[in-house]
Design a protein around this ligand. Structure first.
Ligand code: XMP
Length: 326
């Protein structure tokens, strides 16, 4: 609408004025905030923006390809893709404590991003998709008011050691405004209304030690669950179960259980499905998904993902459980 059109024109003018003819880099995560920031800044300064997309090997199925396609091919944004999965897997080897894993993933992320940023010697600006709630939250953290149960590694949390000026064009916006802006800038509705995905990615959805084999199995199970949620429409509301849940995903449990397949016995891994409804992510109810949806998802995962022979559904609310399992 015209209000959003005005907003975009104003934001574009402000970015142009701030940046002038200098160069900007931005860490693209595939999430909504960094994506909308990238689209907005690109609208303002075009090729003066370079995005760096770090693939830590803990992304969802096809995510890297989708990001490159959407930004590189469709929007014509300059994106450097860095495949750092070997490096991340190497550093995660032997680690099973959730906070230790978060710390390593956060540290490696900064390292890989900085190495890439240093190659872009003409960049003077670091752009981030910081939104208003992040500003409030980090103000709370500084005054010690926020109670932190899990440290939140976020792609936005880059240190100032790069010596770059900060460009944060979404600082005044709430999440729903960021989404509207994204749609107005031409990002696909499906992308802009995606469930949140944690910075450490599948790293905190594989319990204990992270292994590539586990990540590969989990990615496929998770994609089946999301596909079924998107394809199952609730007749009362006319909405898909993806839209009726706030966050939904599969979790990899590194334990084996016995099953049967044809004439044989299997001894394979377990995944748990998690789906919650929440307005603020501070408390959450497990979603009462239709049994038929759970049934289809379970049989597809077990039939299509060799290596997983059991699927469970998590019926724990937050509190006392958290949304993620780590
Ligand atoms: P919990 O598990 O604490 O999750 O109930 C609440 C919300 O926060 C997300 N989450 C994270 N996001 N880095 C992130 O960027 C993290 O380390 C992290 N841990 C949890 C979680 O996905 C949920 O939306």
């Amino acid at each position: 609408d015209w209000v959003m059109g005005d907003y975009i024109a104003e934001a574009v003018a402000r970015i142009r004025e701030q940046v002038g003819d200098e160069e900007v880099i931005l860490g693209l995560s595939g999430g909504v905030d960094s994506s909308v920031a990238a689209a907005l800044i690109h609208r303002a300064i075009g090729d003066q923006l370079t995005c760096v997309f770090v693939d830590h090997g803990l992304l969802r199925l096809d995510e890297g390809r989708m990001v490159m396609e959407m930004f590189g091919r469709n929007l014509g944004v300059k994106v450097v893709q860095v495949d750092a999965s070997e490096q991340f897997m190497g550093h995660l080897k032997g680690l099973s404590d959730p906070e230790a894993k978060r710390k390593i993933i956060g540290r490696e992320f900064v390292e890989v991003f900085q190495a890439e940023a240093k190659k872009l010697t003409r960049a003077q600006w670091l752009a981030q998709g910081t939104i208003y709630p992040d500003v409030i939250e980090s103000a709370g953290a500084k005054t010690g008011k926020a109670t932190t149960i899990k440290s939140h590694h976020n792609v936005g949390g880059l240190p100032e050691t790069l010596g770059l000026k900060l460009l944060e064009p979404l600082r005044e916006l709430f999440k729903d405004e960021v989404r509207e802006l994204g749609v107005a800038l031409g990002l696909p509705h499906e992308m802009v209304y995606r469930h949140p995905f944690p910075g450490p990615g599948l790293g905190v959805r594989i319990l204990g030690e992270v292994k590539r084999e586990y990540a590969d199995l989990l990615r496929r199970a998770d994609a089946i669950f999301i596909e079924e949620l998107r394809n199952t429409v609730d007749s009362a509301s006319g909405k898909s179960w993806y839209d009726l849940t706030s966050q939904a995903f599969a979790v990899f449990l590194p334990v084996k259980s016995v099953g049967v397949m044809g004439d044989g016995r299997t001894y394979d891994y377990v995944v748990a499905l998690r789906a919650v409804q929440t307005s603020d992510f501070m408390t959450a109810d497990w979603a009462e998904l239709p049994y038929s949806l759970l049934k289809r998802t379970s049989s597809r995962i077990i039939n299509e993902v060799r290596g997983i022979n059991r699927v469970t559904y998590d019926v724990s609310s937050k509190p006392p459980a958290t949304i993620e399992w780590e």
